[in-house]
Structures are given as C-alpha cells and as structure tokens.
Write a protein that binds this ligand. Structure first.
Ligand code: GDD
Ligand code: MN
Length: 360
C-alpha cells in the first residue's frame, strides 16, 4: 500500500483549464521527497476545467477534483477542499501559477518541525520595482487591505490576505463552521477565527504573472472584504450578508433622493414624486441584492418577478415596523434622531430577516 499523503494541496479553480497541466508538472517536480495529493475544487467552470483535471487524474491517482454545482466563491471552495482532505497538513494555492510552488517543501518542513502552526507565502509588496503579477493599483489595494487586516487582527503578519499558505489541517477544521464562504480573504478569516493566535512562519516570494486566463477579483470581492473586516471588528455579531444588505439599503436612499429631486425638477407634485422615488429605490434595492448580496442564490426567469413582488410586500411591512418602533421610541425619549434611527434599524433588520427567509 502507498503511504498516506502527508500534504494535501487544495487548489480552487474557476476557468483555469490551460493552467492545470503546467501546475501539476511543477508540483511533481518540486515535491519529490514528499507524499502529497492535490484536490482541485472547481465551481463548474464553463471552460471545462473539471474535465481537464479528471483527465489528468486518470494518469496520476494523487490528483482529484471536487466539482461544485450552483456555487461560486473562492473562500467556500478552499474550505470544502480542506474539509475533504485527511492529511495532517494542507496547503492552499492558486491554479494560475502566480504562487511560487518551490516554497511548499520548505513550508512543510517548518510545520513538521513545529516552527509554527501556519506558513504563509508572503508577496513582496513594498519594493521599489513593480511586481510582475500586480498592476500598480492592485499593489496599492493589496497594501491597503493588508493594513486594514493587520489593524483588525492586531498581528504583525505581513500579508494576511495572501492566497498561498499551509497549515496543520486541524487548525482549519476546528474553525471551519464559523468561516465566511464569500470572497477572497479566507486566510485572514482563518487567522481571525482562531481561539488563540496561531504561530506564523512567513515565506517571502515574488508574485508572478498569471499564465492563462483572467483574475476573478472585482468590486464585489472588495466589498465583501470590507464586510468581513467589519464583521470581525464587531466580534462576528454582524454577518457580512447583512452588511451588504444594509449598504444596498443606503444606496437605495441615494436613488430615492435622486428620483425625488428629478421628479420635483420636472414639475411633478410632491406626493406622486415621493411614491415614484420609493418604488424606484425598492426596485433597485431588489435588483442589486439579487445581483450581489444573494449572488449565490440568484433568482432567475419568472422567479425574479415572484421574488420582486414578495420583496415589495415585505418591505412594506418593514416600513410599518419602522414607523411603529420610531413612534414608540419617540414617545418615551426626548430625542427625535434616536427615534428615527431606531425605526430605520428595526425596518432594515425586518427587511433583511424576512427577505432572507421568504425571497432568496
Ligand atoms: N472554485 C473557485 N470559485 N475558484 C475561484 C473562484 C471561485 O469563485 N474565484 C477565483 N478562483 C480561483 C482562481 O481560478 C485561481 O486559481 C484562484 O482562485 C485565485 O483567483 P484569481 O482570480 O487569480 O485571484 P488574484 O490573482 O486576482 O488574487 C490573488 O491575490 C489575492 C491577494 O491580492 C489570490 O491569491 C487571492 O487569494 C489573494 O487574496
Ligand atoms: Mn491570480
């Protein structure tokens, strides 16, 4: 019987077909002395990445593919890959050859020797020379993200948003139920969720240029990250989805005021303009939430219409809750602003909870 693997490499993929074979070649080359296996976690990529992995797996039993359906998300993919593994150590690595795989044996040695619980591949960011794999905007963004993360984590980890790391498997297994499945910053989340601060060993490397395909980082990923920071700052009391929902609600206020203003400018009298503004804001809130907040459960086709009608009905109830709470607080305190804010919070919480149950 073959020795059970000491190291599992979890590789999340979305449209990485042409990077799989070169990546596996590199892994075989650098992991000579190690018993390892690789789990690709693919979110049903339209380019056929999963098929490509499975074809290659027929020639190498160390390789396997977890194909997820109707789900998208780097963090969730990483977590499921780790949960599917049984080896004492797990590494997480991108498929696009931007990470320096030759660090893997050294990371493993350090962890096996007990030098730390977590080994992190640290992108060299603050150098004079430009970085091959990052535009100058991305580099500045990464530095800002790291700065925020360090403030929240209160550690000196230099790259807590790195996508390249290795850990004792139990370290991640333990906290898996409380990790966010959204967004890119799973390492940050893993560190922030530990009951006691993990001992970290860093491995600096040069972030290489992506080989085939394109990055999946976008505005949504950045918003989700900011949401995660706030969630951690509030001690996990505010789920990121609620924060996203609340931010969409705020954008609705902007839409409302813009439509009201335009309506008034066009000579529409106040009441019809106010009604038009409210309906437009509710519609845009619904559409943005369906697009972003509930991206993973997005309604399509006829269900959009049904969902929209339910959303409107529930938000109307939310408005009643808002007014009732505001009125109550207003009767018992001298502060109008506290009454107004309490009403708004009660309405948002109602809208969030009820639509989470009955719409998405
Ligand atoms: N399964 C799955 N599902 N995989 C995904 C998804 C998804 O929704 N989104 C991205 N991936 C895979 C990609 O196919 C790639 O293998 C890896 O995750 C990283 O995605 P990229 O889109 O290449 O990310 P990047 O290069 O822009 O970002 C890198 O740097 C960030 C720090 O700035 C990554 O290493 C991030 O993890 C890291 O936080
Ligand atoms: Mn990349």
């Amino acid at each position: 019987m073959n020795a059970p693997p000491e190291l599992t490499i979890v590789i999340p993929t979305f449209n990485e077909r042409d990077n799989i074979a070169p990546l596996l070649d590199r892994l075989r080359r650098c992991l000579g002395g190690v018993t390892w296996c690789a789990i690709f976690v693919d979110d049903n990529s339209p380019d056929g990445t999963a098929e490509t992995v499975k074809k290659l797996a027929r020639d190498d039993p160390r390789v396997s593919c977890l194909r997820r359906l109707r789900r998208r998300g780097l963090a969730g993919a990483v977590i499921e890959g780790v949960l599917a593994s049984a080896s004492p150590f797990v590494a997480v690595m991108d498929a696009d050859l931007q990470h320096d795989e030759t660090l893997l044996p050294r990371m493993l040695k350090a962890l096996q020797a007990g030098e730390g619980d977590l080994a992190i591949g640290v992108r060299r960011l603050s150098r004079e020379a430009p970085i091959a794999g990052l535009s100058s905007i991305r580099q500045a963004g990464s530095q800002l993200a790291n700065h925020l993360a360090r403030r929240v984590l209160k550690t000196s980890v230099s790259d807590p948003v790195s996508g390249f790391f290795m850990a004792r498997r139990d370290l991640i297994d333990q906290v898996a139920p409380s990790l966010s499945v959204e967004g890119f910053k799973v390492l940050f989340d893993i560190i922030a969720s530990q009951p006691t601060p993990p001992r970290i060993v860093e491995f600096p490397y040069d972030f290489a240029e992506r080989q085939a395909g394109a990055s999946k980082m976008d505005a949504r990923v950045i918003l989700e990250y900011l949401g995660l920071i706030v969630t951690k700052l509030t001690g996990n009391r505010l789920p990121p989805r609620f924060l996203m929902f609340a931010m969409v609600g705020l954008s609705g206020l902007g839409v409302h005021m813009a439509v009201l203003y335009a309506g008034r400018a066009l000579g529409i009298s106040f009441l019809p303009a106010q009604i038009l503004a409210a309906v437009t804001a509710m519609t845009s809130n619904f559409l943005i939430n369906n697009q972003i907040t509930y991206r993973d459960r997005r309604l399509r086709g006829l269900k959009v219409l049904v969902g929209y009608l339910r959303f409107c009905a529930l938000c109307a109830l939310g408005l009643i809750a808002n007014i009732a709470v505001a009125n109550l607080v207003h009767e018992h305190t001298p502060w109008w602003w506290l009454a107004g804010a309490s009403g708004a919070v009660a309405g948002s919480v109602w809208n969030y909870v009820s639509t989470a149950v009955a719409v998405w």
